[in-house]
Design a protein around this ligand. Structure first.
Ligand SMILES: *[C@@H]1O[C@H](CO)[C@@H](O)[C@H](O)[C@H]1NC(C)=O
Ligand SMILES: *[C@@H]1O[C@H](CO)[C@@H](O)[C@H](O)[C@H]1NC(C)=O
Ligand SMILES: *[C@@H]1O[C@H](CO)[C@@H](O)[C@H](O)[C@H]1NC(C)=O
Length: 490
């Protein structure tokens, strides 16, 4: 591992050659979107408001440009255009999410909204007509407001709400959908929504709400996976996993302290979710650090809830592949133990320093610097910690302003794919597919329309929401067709 990092740093300094081996025929190339970010039609056909609809309508200052997602890309009405764009790029799969609020407007119980079901049936039919695999995210952040009013993911009932909703989706769509993702980026949900983060409502004790959310979310994922396994797998023959997000965390120097610090950071960001699901229970370092700091704060028990023996067994093994969202990397170094604070913080629980060197290329997002070579140590880390599972990259992409720098988007995608190909070939890591975030410019949550991740540009100035291909989409379409990153593969 250390050797790989050093070899890669050398390779970066010398400039890398793009890998000229073909990708396997069954490697999946696709793009990803999320319901809230593209659909619009926020109150049509029986849909209820999500927490995001309500929070932004209450205070649009939480969005950088003061916009809302009432129309977004209007994909609720333009989904056939979206599919045609993917067809033009020879895509193998389309990762999209289903809006809980269209399917179960009450959140749980009550009627299934047939018009909501119809919309996704039509989308899936259009994908199949064009030979594109539907790859469905069950929950991509837009929670029914009715459930947010009950505390959202902090309520223990969330486990039942979520598994009931998932069951409805398996029943209605499972004959056609073979790839399922329960949650998109739990770390963003729990840290952003219930921790120190950006999404209201802000909870007063960050590191307490965050871990309660983590705990309920993992249990909800496991229950949905078990339901699929017991009731649907035999007839539907699909795969279910969870899209975990992390940066690649690399030791700032090769010292023992800094290597331990990087490992700790990776286990707190990724392992807190992946270990219970892939191995059983939270990582030891996560449990001991939070317990020790909780004690120092004068608490009688750890702020991180404990799983029972039965829960550990119930959660362990609830995956069919490893789904990874990754955009960038951080270097990590050790620091002195941070002092006890009130309220406690997740940052102090981890107890390391992370940073991105100034000479890493910037994008329009603070935390997304362009370091494609860092995918290789991360994929190796996942392979070695979790028994070399099949990995699908479910998000990776480049944000710019107003469509400029599309050449850097192209560079980013090409170089990530090149290092992924090399990792498959030389390290034996099993990567099954790659998914660009995102198909088209969309409503980037609190960044509104200011950040452009799209392979297609969208004109948000008129209601037509005209889509125009960027050069990066032509490049990516060619890669999917030829399975090759260069003019001619070996
Ligand atoms: C609206 O959001 C902004 C930005 O987060 C915040 O500064 C402001 O206090 C909020 N206004 C209200 C009335 O909550
Ligand atoms: C949790 O949800 C249940 C409904 O399932 C509700 O009755 C209860 O009041 C909620 N708890 C809180 C603290 O909101
Ligand atoms: C750890 O990394 C930091 C940041 O690069 C560096 O200043 C420090 O000297 C390193 N520690 C050791 C023991 O190498």
């Amino acid at each position: 591992m250390q050797f790989i990092v050093i070899a890669l740093i050398l390779q970066v300094c010398l400039g890398q050659d793009i890998n000229d081996n073909s990708f396997p025929d069954d490697f999946m190339f696709g793009t990803a979107t999320a319901a809230f970010q593209i659909e619009g039609a926020w109150n049509e056909d029986g849909k209820s408001p999500s927490n995001w609809d309500v929070d932004i309508h209450n205070n649009n200052s939480i969005v950088a440009d003061g916009n809302n997602a009432d129309i977004a890309c209007d994909s609720y009405h333009k989904y056939k255009e979206d599919v045609a764009m993917m067809k033009a790029m020879n895509m193998n799969h389309y990762r999209f999410s289903i809006a809980w609020t269209r399917i179960l407007p009450n959140g749980y119980g009550g009627e299934v909204n047939q018009k909501g079901i119809n919309y996704y049936k039509n989308l899936i039919k259009e994908l199949q007509l064009n030979d594109i695999q539907p790859f469905v995210t069950i929950f991509h952040w837009d929670l029914p407001q009715t459930l947010q009013d009950y505390g959202g993911l902090l309520n223990d009932s969330f486990v039942d709400w979520f598994s009931e909703y998932s069951t409805v989706l398996f029943r209605h769509f499972g004959d056609d959908v073979k790839w399922w993702i329960t949650f998109n980026e739990p770390q963003s949900v729990c840290s952003g929504g219930y921790g120190a983060g950006i999404v209201p409502p802000l909870i007063k004790s960050p590191a307490i709400g965050e871990y309660q959310c983590v705990h309920n979310l993992i249990k909800a994922h496991a229950k949905a996976w078990r339901i699929y396994d017991q009731q649907f797998r035999k007839t539907q023959k699909g795969k279910v996993s969870i899209s975990l997000n992390t940066h690649s965390h690399l030791p700032a120097t090769d010292s023992k302290e800094n290597r331990t610090a990087a490992e700790t950071q990776q286990l707190f960001q990724l392992g807190i979710y992946a270990n219970p699901i892939y191995l059983g229970d939270y990582p030891e370092i996560v449990k001991t650090r939070i317990a020790a700091r909780s004690k120092a704060e004068g608490r009688s028990q750890s702020r991180l809830p404990a799983f029972t023996r039965d829960e550990i067994d119930f959660i362990r093994g609830t995956y069919d592949f490893f789904a990874l969202n990754v955009y960038s990397a951080y270097l990590v170094n050790s620091i002195a133990e941070p002092p006890v604070t009130d309220p406690p913080s997740n940052w102090a629980d981890i107890g390391v320093n992370t940073y991105q060197p100034d000479d890493w290329e910037k994008t329009s997002a603070e935390h997304i610097k362009v370091v494609p070579w860092t995918i290789r140590p991360l994929l190796n880390w996942i392979a070695s910690h979790y028994n070399n599972p099949g990995i699908v990259i479910t998000e990776n992409g480049y944000p710019s302003w107003n469509g400029d720098k599309d050449d850097r988007r192209l560079y980013y995608i090409k170089n990530y794919l090149s290092y992924i190909r090399t990792t498959m070939e030389e390290d034996g890591v099993k990567v099954l597919g790659y998914t660009v975030w995102t198909l088209l410019d969309n409503f980037e949550w609190t960044s509104g329309f200011t950040q452009k991740f799209g392979l297609y540009e969208v004109d948000f100035k008129t209601l037509k929401r005209t889509r125009t291909p960027r050069p990066s989409s032509i490049f990516y379409g060619k890669v999917s067709k030829t399975r090759c990153l260069v003019e001619k593969c070996k």
